[in-house]
Design a protein around this ligand. Sequence first.
Ligand code: GDP
Ligand code: CA
Length: 304
Amino acid sequence: MITVLSGGVGAARLLRALSDVMDPSQITAVVNVGDDVVMHGLTICPDLDTIIYTLAGLNNDELGWGLSGETWRVMRELEALGGEAWFQLGDRDLATHLYRSQRLSEGATKTEVTMELASRLGVAARVLPVTNDSVATEFVTEHGRLSFQEYFVRHHHDVVVQAIEIVGAPEACATPEVLSALRDASRLIIAPSNPLISIDPILRIPGVREIVRERRDDVVAVSPLIGGQALKGPAARLLGELGYEVSTLGVVDFYEGLVGTWIIDEADTHLADEVRRRGVRVEVTTTIMAEADNAQRLAKVVLS
Ligand code: GDP
Ligand code: CA
């Protein structure tokens, strides 16, 4: 059994490749819930949904999020009514949020609902929210305090960030399923997700960082930065704004004491010795997962 600390897209790509090269029922994804939001009364879990949709083969490649074959009739009607339509929710996607919200209102936990959704969509890997409690990533910015979706979607992550807060994390409990998935896995993997806003909100749930630290020798991390740039999203910019080096070295420093083996991209070969000097093993390979064979090669390195 392996356990993968996961954000959205970067993690979903790695999880899909891992599922291609090993028995997917032996994979557990422990997923960030700091981006979760209630909109129109519906509970939306963007990272959990990205992972489930991708593993089910239903992801929308053109958009990079959401479901394939999506339509937008509800959003258009909502806009015509003067409703809040800046956060796009497709017609197909809405079914997921309706299902989840109804089940939560009946008293089901986020963990139970996630397992139901994954199994109905034919996902063999185990997908777990890190906690059933509510946690919200917030940004202290030049425009004041912003919620995750205000920062990410409304402002297109194009504002200066002074600090990131994971509201509710210190009081939240990791689920028993998550704690045993972290303790019992033969290997822990940190996906190439945004360190500050996808992985940190997982590590900040009490108990999680401590287990990862104790198991450091079994922890393999894939850098989300390639040649100092993120393939998508604000990872590079945020590292710089929060005082880290804008490169794989900044990511390595961010995870100090938590990782035994780093997998870095060929574009960062020149950084390998510097990373080794920090007392970790380093593997250099192609880490861009756009093509399935490259992604599977990376998955095999992660497992080797
Ligand atoms: P989000 O929650 O959907 O924003 O996704 P994540 O936090 O999981 O992923 C965003 C990060 O994934 C960005 O920093 C990207 O650079 C990284 N990423 C996306 N695709 C790839 C890939 O193919 N290879 C690597 N190494 N990183 C990737
Ligand atoms: Ca996310």
